[in-house]
Design a protein around this ligand. Sequence first.
Ligand SMILES: Cc1cc2nc3c(=O)[nH]c(=O)nc-3n(C[C@H](O)[C@H](O)[C@H](O)COP(=O)(O)OP(=O)(O)OC[C@H]3O[C@@H](n4cnc5c(N)ncnc54)[C@H](O)[C@@H]3O)c2cc1C
Length: 394
Amino acid sequence: MTRQPTRPAAAPDVGSAADLLDIARSVLADYATEERVREFDEAERFDAELYLELARAGLLSAALSTAGKPHHGRQTAILEELGAGPTSIGVAFVVQYMAVELLASHGTEQQKAEFLDPLLEGAARASFALSEPDGGTDVARAMKTVAVALPDGSYSISGQKKWIGGAMDSDYLILLARTAPISGSAAINGITTFLVRRGTPGIESQEIETMGIRGLAQCDIRMDDVRVPGDCVLGRPDFGFRQVLATLNGERLNAAAVALGIARGAFGTALDWARSRYAFGRAVGGFQALQHSLVDTSLKIEAAALLLEKAVKSADSASASADVESALAKLAASEAAISTTDVGMRLMGGWGFARAMPMQRYFRDARLYAFAPLTNEMIRNYLGERMLHLPRSY
Ligand SMILES: Cc1cc2nc3c(=O)[nH]c(=O)nc-3n(C[C@H](O)[C@H](O)[C@H](O)COP(=O)(O)OP(=O)(O)OC[C@H]3O[C@@H](n4cnc5c(N)ncnc54)[C@H](O)[C@@H]3O)c2cc1C
């Protein structure tokens, strides 16, 4: 890490969420036609050109306010638009926005210059490596990846990570590893966050074939005695998991935004079909059974959109806590996406099944946010405790 800091991590003021939405729409109109999105999904390839165009348009640097804080209003506006179109790129952006928040909050000036600045410009991509083969929900207790401090101040990291988005070709990993054994019941202590270049000797990545989000490879990572210098620790040693927990609201809001985008994209496709497909001499949208299902699903979408708007306002205002609101928004939006894509598949009959049609992709992609970054069962546990003040159930 020899590069000198060039500029603070705060982004230039890139405008309001509405301005950014216009910019995003214009890039997507040029680079993310339905046909192109389908081609990359079918080829199971990451659309690096589209990603770079979005970055060049300032949509990564928009993640931060001029004060260097996460700007949730902007992030969610952009992500909803990506979710409705090139969903896998939206998921890649969720990971980058999380990396931005962690680096902006905990990075040294040198780390910001080396890792954050290139990320904001689109010149480097990060992967976030937390989940492990033995568990994603109870990950702190299941974590077997260890980082051993060596006498010269460096670390040796060994272990495995699972489901790491984009790790086949990202430039660096934000990786959590155990640096102290679990003591007592607080498994979240004793975990440290590291910034690890993906090309570091000892790292092997392998792609996992998945049913959805096929435009962003999910990966297994194996690490065998991976040596990293001491200045690769991000934030406080042994407090890495707590640092990640502090970004949870933002991640939930961003997951909600992509899920809402999927729901809106699928709903638009279903409504067009309802108007243009004919049976018994009339548009199928004229049948009450289908109309009701469309009304019910639009209700879920509107409810999720309002919850997301409320949560974003709380998160962007310094005075309010957005914990419960962001959990509600994630739950509502992910369930709206699942139910809308189900309605869409039924409404399109056999055509929904065709790979040439976008509905089946929305249907597959919508599943992601039922369990990521946190499963909806755990979100319900959390809401039971924090919103309803019932005893903790886990
Ligand atoms: C496409 C994709 C992308 C991903 N991207 C990343 C990434 O970039 N980085 C990363 O670190 N991880 C990533 N993940 C991992 C993801 O975060 C985990 O899959 C998720 O946290 C769930 O963990 P798990 O799959 O191990 O399920 P498990 O933890 O094994 O859970 C299994 C089931 O048990 C339920 N369960 C567990 N505990 C309780 C409880 N107390 N109460 C009720 N139910 C409970 C869960 O809700 C779930 O239904 C990704 C996964 C996928 C598939």
